[in-house]
Design a binder for this molecule. Sequence first.
Ligand code: DX5
Ligand code: ZN
Length: 219
Amino acid sequence: MAVQILPSLLAADYGALAADITRAFRSGADALHLDIMDAHFVPNLSFGPDIVKLCRRVEPEFYRHVHLMMTRPDLYLEVFANAGAQTIQIHVEADCDLHAELPRIRALGVRPAIVLNPETPVEAVYPYLALCDEVLVMTVHPGYGGQSFIADCLPKVAALRARAPHLDIMVDGGVNAQTALDAVRTGANQLVAGSFLFKQADMASAVSALRAACDAAAC
Ligand code: DX5
Ligand code: ZN
């Protein structure tokens, strides 16, 4: 399974956002990860649908992957679909009916995905696996970039890979060349990285370093 690398725009330079979107696109990364925070589900605010639209305008070919850290993501699905989201991830801990909302995401022409927080047991997502194309295992407590990878979350990746070999399994938070190797060895095939990619002058080299780690994991 080819590994995808997704820079998280949360770590970009907001004074040069358009340039950083282009820098990420040209780095050889596979898609852009957009972190939406509501200051309720997580103790922080980030940005909203206008930034998703900006990404579509600046680099229309760069796939837009939207992570909704929101208590009521169901109220914003159309908004983000219309803004250009191509995958929408909603949390299993959110206050909405996932049996209804995951099919609604698909009906909007968007790829549905489910997310679980570090403290949430993997069994919590099992009832929804047939309704989504991807599962995101958070490897930090959501809300901020630049935190350390929680390796204790990796057994969840292994359990999901064994149970649903066809699904994309993503990790998000604290990903660098070393933790990427561990995650891919355990069964992840999508890696979100914010600080590790955006905080380097040469993002293409950092993407290559992650790809080299993934290749090493395959050996
Ligand atoms: C955390 C976000 C992550 C974050 C990752 O709430 O979901 O996507 O941007 O940032 P790093 O890679 O810096 O841990
Ligand atoms: Zn994220």
